[in-house]
Design a protein around this ligand. Structure first.
Ligand code: ATP
Length: 431
């Protein structure tokens, strides 16, 4: 297991993740994804969407606004209850989460204040009038946007239970102590499904979503031996949840929550029905009775997924007597699938041929890189470190018989293949 600094520095050096607003000294709890980071992120979000929206008949995707009427968060209990216990040091004035520190300040040993409840929602003003009625919040979870669109989905698609509504999007929490790289950020992304069921069937679908979550964990290449399920005991669950399983991961800083799976009962729809006055009941198509469905929620953090993938994929080994660092990313989520090299940079016919192959593959596969910098060995190392599964080298033999070498990232083995077959070769490997 790499330590966190190793992952953070690789992520920065190679263009995966940068500290937010870096040239101004940063902004705690914010991170910017660079070219490789955004590619990795898009790949894992697309995979989630393919598995849970496009791959199923019973799930509807949405993309709701981040800014919502403040009444949403009053009804959901977030205005009154979405808080963490805060303590402040009387000496150095730093703030801490009371459940993460002892009785003294961990930085200067000063005396800590009494515990206060600190609401984690970011407040903002919508419009020009700065009064109480203009207050809104950046959503602290994507789920809110799903519940307020429940009626819209019912009215326009007439789904039958059980069915789900899915959303990927940003969420914001004013964490008291953002830390551990992208694990605890103030702005992050979630992938959530609210899966509506009949109350008597919740246990069956809770189990189904437990399996589906594990299937996703496997599909993105998170090491399953580092994932542990924790049944969250009474009294420690979120205010809306009647049963929760946390999927924890062995991060370099300890075993911590990666994803949550919660049975939220009919808490949300009932609360929104009560507060908005809208009829949020479902009508059974046969019996014609009306009732509020119950809901199962698998909630997956995009950024924690990225961190768990990087920790799972990071490896150091020796190849041909040389030490190397590699990311054993699954090809489906690797930011770059294939890198194309001319054997040397100063032979125009090799470069022209390599460029030709590069352009053709890029048209079809997209995430293809071209590299003619330094010697081939160095280029292999550079691609290994960012997890590129295959490197293709165009050499003198290519000009004679139309074949190239394909080198495998994990084994370092090289095979010769016909240029004309490359597209099919990689397409097969990527499906
Ligand atoms: P924690 O106990 O670690 O604060 P939580 O229980 O508050 O997490 P949930 O409300 O269950 O988290 O949020 C669902 C998912 O969203 C989490 O499992 C995680 O993947 C992600 N998530 C929550 N808070 C953050 C954050 N501050 N930074 C990055 N991801 C987060």
């Amino acid at each position: 297991m790499p330590d966190l600094d190793t992952i953070v520095s690789l992520a920065k050096r190679r263009g995966f993740i940068f500290p937010g607003s870096e040239i101004y000294g940063g902004l705690a709890g914010t991170w910017d994804y660079g070219p490789l980071g955004v590619a990795l992120k898009n790949n894992l979000k697309n995979l989630w969407w393919r598995m849970f929206v496009d791959g199923r008949e019973d799930i509807y995707g949405i993309d709701a606004a981040i800014l919502m009427n403040a009444k949403v968060w009053k009804a959901s209990g977030h205005v009154s209850g979405f808080s963490d216990p805060l303590v402040e040091c009387g000496k150095c004035k730093k703030s801490f989460r009371a459940d993460q520190v002892g009785s003294k300040c961990p930085e200067c040993n000063g005396k800590l204040s009494e515990v206060q409840q600190f609401n984690m929602m970011f407040k903002t003003i919508v419009g020009a009038a700065e009064d109480e009625s203009a207050v809104s919040y950046l959503r602290p979870e994507t789920a809110g946007g799903i519940f307020v669109n429940f009626k819209n989905i019912i009215d326009s698609f007439h789904p039958e239970l059980p069915f789900g509504v899915a959303q990927i999007g940003k969420a914001f929490r004013n964490e008291i102590a953002p830390r551990d790289f992208v694990f605890r950020a103030r702005e992050f992304e979630q992938m959530e499904v609210e899966y509506f069921v009949r109350s008597g069937e919740w246990e069956k679908y809770f189990e189904e979503w437990r399996r589906e979550t594990l299937r996703y964990i496997e599909a993105v290449g998170i090491d399953k031996s580092m994932v542990h399920e924790l049944e969250v005991p009474d009294g420690e669950r979120a205010h809306y949840s009647r049963r929760t399983i946390d999927f924890e991961f062995d991060f370099p800083f300890g075993r911590k929550e990666l994803y949550g799976l919660a049975y939220r009962g009919d808490f949300d729809l009932s609360a929104h029905e009560g507060a908005s006055g809208a009829d949020l009941r479902y009508t059974d198509p046969e019996k014609k009775d009306k009732f509020i469905p119950h809901v199962i929620e698998p909630s997956l953090g995009v950024d924690r997924t990225i961190l768990a993938i990087l920790c799972s994929a990071y490896a150091e080994d020796e190849l041909g007597g040389e030490k190397r660092v590699l990311l054993k990313l699954k090809p489906a989520i690797a930011p770059i699938k294939v890198a194309i090299f001319p054997l040397v940079k100063n032979k125009p016919n090799l470069v022209t041929k390599a460029r030709e192959i590069y352009s053709a593959l890029k048209k079809n596969i997209g995430a293809v890189a071209f590299d003619d910098n330094g010697n081939v060995g160095k280029r292999y190392r550079r691609q290994d470190e960012i997890g590129t599964p295959w490197c293709v080298t165009v050499d003198y033999q290519t000009l004679e018989d139309g074949t190239v070498t394909i080198r495998d990232r994990d084994t370092g083995k090289q095979e010769r293949h016909k240029v004309a077959e490359l597209e099919l070769y990689f397409s097969k490997k990527l499906t």
